[in-house]
Ligand binder design. Sequence first.
Ligand code: TRP
Length: 365
Amino acid sequence: MEKNKKIILTGDRPTGKLHLGHYLGSLKNRVRLQDSGEYDEIYIEIADTQAITDNFHNIEKVRQNVIEVTLDYLACGIDPEKTTIFVQSQIPELYELTSYYLNLVTLSRLQRNPTIKDEMKLRGFEKSLPMGFLTYPVSQAADITLFDATVVPVGEDQAPMLEQTRELVKSFNNSYKEVIVNPEMMLPDNKACLRLPGLDGKAKMSKSLGNCIYLSDEAEVIEKKVMSMYTDPDHIKVEDPGKIEGNVVFTYLDAFCTDQHFEKYLPEYKNLDELKEHYKKGGLGDVVIKKFLNNIIQEELEPIRNRRKEYEKKIPEVYEMLMKSTQKAREKAISKIAEVRDAMGINYFDDKDLIEEQTSKYGDN
Ligand code: TRP
């Protein structure tokens, strides 16, 4: 176990291009953490094995999206020199650690995981539950601990996974030797970023609900999407008083805008509080607030989109980078799994004591 190192690990399932919800909820923060220089090692896992647990009949989707997610990472400023991006399925040691952990958890414990419960309903797995799916939180515990992660930056929906991981760590360390690092969860600090609602006001921006702004969307597409956003259905005439709660434009402004944005795009107001007051009172039209939001989102996404286009011209190089980066992760995985086997006492061929013990047992023959 590497003592006193600060190590980050997080990941995404490659099931679609990344959107504004991913960006605000995690990517932006990951880039900040990466550039803070405070961490000794940073890993981002493209969790294809996990994605397969509910896409086993549609592996093509996973296959296509490994590169899309990689392009989105690079576009956002994840720097492969500082952050090791790796592909889960290509690290066999993860399966090995998962299989040891599976002995330390019960069926009923797995069935109690609230995220698993929700996802089972959503995917119609209540009648016929694939074991790979039910046990993915255990495999996620392996993802985190095989790399000695101390900090796991994720959204709040991942809290049950971290809880399960910490239980497994405790159980392993108590059963064998203390070689597994107990990780901490790190949530985004801006509350509005915790779960960005969809354009239509639905609880979550999600590919399957078709209510997303993608990081790769063109400027005109973004503008159209912003102008179609859900606001307050009772705010019909400009003079009408408007509601802020549940108004998606304001939720996004909460997540995104700064006083500098007002100076630049809407100098009639000092800050968001002033804008909200006017909207509540009446006399402020939706078009004004939508145009303002559009300006802010365009400013944020334009450099990302442009950087993505540059990488799109070099797909073979991007795969090459991903392969090298995965190899680097693999080296760590190989040395950690040796430590795990040693802790369990199943490192037969390196275990001189064991060989000696067996030799002397038969020595009198
Ligand atoms: N379960 C995470 C999600 O759906 C993805 C993931 C896989 C992950 N392995 C991880 C996140 C390890 C953090 C750490 O978003």
